[in-house]
Design a protein around this ligand. Structure first.
Ligand code: GLA
Length: 728
């Protein structure tokens, strides 16, 4: 499909509902417009010179009306007249870089890259810029366009054939210049156990950066963010969405200028970056994804969900799993595992994931990472026999591993301490008593690959939970934080090889919960553990945050014990099930120690989930209420618009308050729908449910209760089924 119109000077990239326009002026790639689609024929008007001659700002010698600080560009360099933050900063001898437009390739075919590129796209454009002061140095800006999804993946490549080393101090994937008028920035920050908290702030004059510095995409700041109209809401307003297909330290920055412009930079973290690109080599940034919707945040999220499902994820059906972590922690043995397997199979589970604690010497979290051999004391029959036992019960075997790590107290550290990212001349800095392995050492990469292969080939794993539980301290000093780029490239290469070797293998992405919940890891794994916090009240909020950028089919949720181990908050089994249902469903609790009633609820949930999972994976998700309204309300709708779910979490209850009227989304106006579950049974047309909304039954008011009223108090949930039906 052709998504490009150009006269060789004006470049007009189009998607179904957006366009992205730039023009070559004085050898610079001037960014003219990104947003709701306008006709190509009108774009010359955008190129009209705005003859503002600003006192003090700089311009090309031949054109005094062209003020650098007032124009938008596809990328920018320091010391060239644009005084905003530059997207790219390179050093080579004493000459400043000055990339000038050289040409473009339409229908471009990107070469293999150390960074993941979208699996599918409709069109690719490559634009080339040669450096005027260093012969043989080229910068290329690339655009991979997904037409129906309204997503453009942008990235940059530096090609060095200068005969000299180039030092990279900054290398953003994408620069987006636009008007700063009336904009706000929405990022997702947090910490362990409270990932993906939405933070909205005004964009004010000056430079603002957010991001991660720890070597991981991090729970502190997810790479997903939005820039929107100040008054944009879930269902209305103009919203630009961005995400990065990258799992190491990243940077989001905004700069509002005194001239009314806004520069948005997105890419790898530039703090402490010192990366050498030798002559004869390339440096490729990760892909920055951007989308635009004039239908509010739900519109932008829907674009991202469709894109991620089509172009990022490895499509797999994830088995309904029981995970052993909170059920037994480190206290595991063969008998316990068999008993868990018996119960799991009887309850209809499809997979039992043996979490941390199964390998030799691992009785707490201070030792043995790296020694990925079965613990014969705990499993006298061996792991293979155990996985065969699981198989005889109809269960797949899942095994936890943290393959990028090494405990200080481990056999591996004794014999191969040089594998660790540690320097004995320095005071040891550890997290959970462990170091990270230096994956950039090919011997280490091989060790990691072999360790994971052993789980599959010798122990019978069909599911691997891939964990990562500490952040970086030491790096290879000569690269500074550029080491993270090499590390993550090496990790991606290992994951790619494993995926090729074991196409059926399901890999779960975990990093102390959601510490590396990003599209880089999503590219190589099949589902992601968004947080260790499974308490419904916390979890619903986390899942709401996740839903801004990541589809249900990637988001793994578990029902765990009550009171929740992270929050000590008690919750009903029904609320835990309802909350876990919207995503990839699992349980991490010993179901033999819960009451018969609760076990029954779990059994029913497992069997219901199996019926609906396919629909859920492909469904569109809507957030129905604005953040902070005291509720988390999410709706799903199947692609054929015939069925869905409505989830409601009441975060805070007060006496004598009305439940909100819920206006559903996406329904077919002239079709009839039935909304059923708990004490609710309502039939109305799609039009009525969208315009007037769903009126829920009376809720408990603080006194007296009777049959047929809802009981939505603090942390209580509803899960209602939406089905299209014949109109009466
Ligand atoms: C991390 C994960 C948990 C569990 C433990 C095991 O914290 O997020 O789910 O696997 O490690 O040590």
């Amino acid at each position: 499909m052709n998504c490009l119109k150009t006269d060789g000077r004006l470049f007009y990239i189009e998607t179904a509902r957006t366009c992205y326009v730039f023009s070559i002026e004085h050898g610079y790639a001037e960014h003219l417009y990104y947003g709701a689609k306008i006709p190509y024929s009108d774009c010359n008007a955008l190129r009209e010179k705005r003859s503002v001659i600003l006192v003090n700002t700089l311009y090309p010698y031949e054109d005094p009306s062209y003020s650098f600080d007032c124009k938008g560009f596809e990328f920018s360099l320091p010391f060239r007249g644009d005084s905003r933050s530059a997207s790219v900063n390179l050093v080579c001898d004493d000459k400043v870089f000055d990339f000038e437009y050289e040409g473009y390739e339409k229908n471009f075919r990107p070469e293999q890259s150390p960074m993941p590129l979208p699996r599918k796209y409709d069109y690719a454009l490559n634009v080339r810029f040669n450096d005027r002061s260093h012969e043989g140095v080229r910068l290329e800006t690339r655009y991979l366009i997904s037409y129906d999804e309204d997503v453009i993946a942008r990235y940059c490549v530096l090609i060095n054939a200068s005969g000299k080393d180039i030092k990279v101090l900054k290398f953003s994937s994408a620069q987006t210049d636009m008007s700063a008028e009336n904009k706000k920035l929405i990022t997702f920050h947090g910490a362990w156990g409270r990932e993906m908290s939405k933070m909205s702030q005004d964009i004010t004059c000056g430079r603002y950066t957010h991001g991660s510095f720890s070597g991981m995409s991090s729970a502190e700041c997810n790479p997903l963010f939005f820039v929107s109209d100040a008054n944009a809401g879930e269902n209305s307003g103009e919203v630009y969405g961005f995400n990065l297909m990258y799992s190491a330290s990243h940077e989001i920055s905004t700069e509002k200028t005194p001239y009314g412009g806004l520069r948005i930079l997105h890419g790898i973290q530039s703090e402490n970056l010192l990366y050498t690109v030798p002559s004869g080599e390339k440096f490729t940034s990760p892909c920055s994804l951007s989308t635009f919707s004039d239908k509010g945040f739900n519109g932008a999220s829907e674009n991202f969900h469709r894109f991620v499902s089509k172009a990022v994820l490895r499509k797999k059906e994830i088995p309904v799993m029981l995970n052993t972590w909170e059920a037994v922690y480190f206290s595991m043995n063969e008998d316990k595992m068999k008993k868990l397997a018996d119960n799991a199979a009887a309850a209809g589970f499809e997979c039992l994931v043996i979490d941390d604690g199964w390998f030799s010497g691992r009785n707490d979290d201070t030792t043995s990472l790296g020694d990925w051999r079965e613990d014969i004391k705990k499993f006298p029959g061996g792991m293979k026999a155990l996985s065969s036992y699981f198989a005889s019960k109809g269960l797949k075997t899942g095994i936890w591993i943290e393959p990028e790590m090494i405990s200080r107290k481990s056999y591996l550290f004794r014999i191969q301490s040089e594998y660790a990212l540690a320097d004995d001349r320095l005071r040891p800095v550890v997290g959970r008593s462990q170091y990270i392995l230096d994956l950039t050492n090919p011997a280490v990469a091989k060790y990691v690959e072999e360790s994971v292969s052993r789980l599959v080939e010798e122990y019978g794993a069909e599911y691997v939970k891939w964990d990562f539980n500490r952040r970086f301290a030491e790096v290879k000093a000569e690269k500074g934080s550029g080491y993270f780029y090499d590390y993550i490239s090496a990790l991606y290469a290992i994951l790619a090889r494993l995926n090729e070797k074991y196409p059926q293998l399901i890999i779960e992405n975990c990093a102390s919960g959601g510490g590396r919940f990003d599209l880089g890891m999503a590219y190589y794994t099949s589902c992601g553990w968004a947080s260790d916090n499974t308490n419904p009240l916390s979890r619903a909020r986390i899942q709401r945050g996740v839903s801004y950028g990541y589809p249900l089919s990637f988001t793994l949720n578990h029902v765990a014990a009550s009171p929740g181990h992270q929050t000590r908050r008690a919750s009903d089994i029904k609320d835990r099930i309802n909350t876990a249902f919207l995503g990839v469903f699992g349980v991490q609790a010993d179901i033999s120690v819960i009451s018969e009633d609760e076990a029954d609820e779990v059994r029913q949930a497992v069997s219901l989930y199996k019926v609906f999972r396919k629909e859920l994976y492909d469904s569109t998700v809507y957030r129905l209420f604005e953040d902070g309204d005291g509720y988390v309300i999410m709706q799903t709708l199947s692609q054929d618009k015939k069925s869905g779910f409505l989830f409601l979490m009441r975060e805070k209850f007060d006496t004598v308050t009305q439940l909100p009227v819920i206006r559903l989304k996406g329904l077919e106006k002239d079709k009839c729908y039935r909304i059923k579950g708990d004490s609710t049974d309502v039939c109305a047309s799609g039009e009525t449910l969208e315009k007037a909304g769903l009126v829920l039954p009376q809720n408990y008011q603080g006194a007296e209760t009777s049959d047929g009223i809802l009981n939505l108090t603090d942390g209580k949930t509803l899960l209602l089924r939406i089905t299209q039906k014949e109109c009466l």
